[in-house]
Write a protein that binds this ligand. Structure first.
Ligand code: FAD
Ligand code: UDP
Length: 385
């Protein structure tokens, strides 16, 4: 191909892999580097050496989407197995079903409500004075009321985010549905599933193209940009500018891994709602592959804390202070030529895998169009503010 471009992509997570594949398929030469010793970024999964159980090394990942294009794209590279995420939570010595559904409500209030009775009950508990909830706390008080909020959300959220739900945006809680039937599927999406052999082979398969070369354990260095036509950067946007204005705030996670010979908890994810229990949840990874047979369990106790310079950034905090800082970096970024920022770290947003893939497909298309039309490739292809 005469118009073949030399592309550098920093980061071999879903974002980098998908952009790389799309460009490679159009004849461009793609080099992808990643500072880690493996591909797939935070979606990386591997078999536990001792038990053979597939573990999600950076925390539990369940694929769910309404986007048919993304679902079909994923299924090109893996066999997806049926999987429905059914989360439980332990609070005050009792186990309840999440997301809040009719079973949760009936157990919690020791009632036998029908759907419409439960709706009326929750409405009577909710704070109707809150008209337009702005914070997580207001959203909870408005839609589930004080008792359910305090049992299931308050303590957990303080642990997860390190701050009061009164300081967090309502959007975080809006991710969770409240149902007045016995549907305990954690997600409401049309397509849900788990890759049969974990997430890593999906990314390996996406990267398996003659025009793509991958180098691991290679952090970006200036010389990597020599002779390239375009750079896609999927690392932290503030790291690109050597943190000159300060570091964007993230939460990081610590996982305390333990084994049990017997089945530990009988389910994949058990949340712990109380603030005085230091961890947020325990994941038993064998339950992510119900089609496999394993006797014991390999579990991760999950602790959330402030992300320090040497930690893995997980959840962008995106509070007022962080947004001010982000804007400073965005102002610099918007002046860049021949480079784009992408993915959850490049755009400092919490992104589910399906959104990550959709945005990567879109960014690749925009790049291909920009070459064809001789136009400048935008630095961002989504609204990051
Ligand atoms: P990443 O996966 O972070 O990849 C970025 C890569 O860039 C990394 O491998 C990093 O090493 C590399 N890199 C960074 N800087 C440099 C540098 N300077 N030089 C070289 N390499 C560099 N999504 C779901 O859909 N369902 C879930 O259930 C789900 N659960 C999650 C649970 C947790 C605990 C977390 C944190 C996220 C979860 N997600 C889930 C979101 C999912 O992890 C992301 O959508 C996905 O990882 C984003 O991919 P990415 O390629 O943008 O970023
Ligand atoms: N959350 C909670 N209690 C729970 C589960 C979730 O308070 O048992 C809150 C918490 O603040 C979390 C948010 O709801 O960040 C969104 O939940 P989700 O399960 O989507 O969190 P994630 O997948 O990001 O860990």
């Amino acid at each position: 191909m005469n118009n073949s471009k030399n592309i550098l992509i920093v980061g071999a997570g879903f974002t980098g892999a998908v952009i790389g594949r799309e460009l490679a398929e159009q004849g461009h030469q793609v080099r992808i580097i990643d500072s880690r010793s493996h591909v797939a970024g935070n979606c990386y999964s591997e078999r536990d050496e001792k038990t053979g159980i597939m573990v999600h090394t950076y925390g539990p990942h369940i694929f769910h989407t309404d986007n048919q294009v993304v679902w079909e794209y994923l299924n090109r590279f893996t066999e997806m197995m049926p999987y429905v995420n059914r989360v439980k939570t332990t609070v005050n010595g009792k186990v309840f079903s999440l997301p809040i559904n009719l079973h949760t409500i009936n157990q919690f209030f020791e009632t036998t409500c029908s759907p419409s009775e439960a709706r009326a009950l929750i409405e009577s508990k909710s704070d109707q004075n809150i008209v337009d909830p702005q914070t997580f706390e207001e959203q909870a008080l408005r839609f589930v009321g004080k008792e359910l909020y305090e049992a299931f959300f308050k303590g957990y959220t303080v642990k997860q985010w390190g701050m009061s739900p009164a300081q967090l945006p309502a959007s975080i809680l809006k991710r969770l549905p409240v149902r007045f039937n016995y549907d305990d599927n954690y997600f409401s999406h049309k397509y849900q599933g788990m890759p049969k052999e974990g997430y890593t082979p999906i990314v390996e398969n996406i990267l398996n193209h003659p025009n793509i070369s991958v180098e691991l354990e290679r952090a970006y260095q200036e010389e990597d940009s020599e002779g390239i036509d375009h750079l896609f950067f999927t690392g932290p946007i503030d790291s690109w500018y050597s943190y000159r204005f300060g570091r964007l705030g993230y939460r990081t996670l610590d996982f305390d891994k333990f084994y049990t010979e017997e089945d530990f908890q009988g389910t994949a994810v058990m949340n712990y709602g109380e603030e005085n229990i230091p961890f947020t949840r325990i994941t038993d990874h064998k339950y992510f592959a119900p089609w496999e047979k394993h006797e014991g369990s390999v579990c991760y106790r999950e602790f959330s804390r402030t992300c320090m310079p040497d930690d893995t950034p997980y959840y962008p905090i995106r509070q007022m202070g962080e947004m001010e800082l982000l804007n400073k970096y965005l102002s610099l970024a918007e002046q860049e030529n021949s480079m784009s920022f992408a993915g959850r770290l490049g755009t400092y947003r919490y992104l589910d895998m399906d959104v990550t893939i959709a945005e990567a497909l879109n960014m690749a298309r925009i790049y291909l169009d920009s070459i064809e039309n001789g136009e400048k490739m935008p630095v961002f292809t989504v609204n990051v503010r």
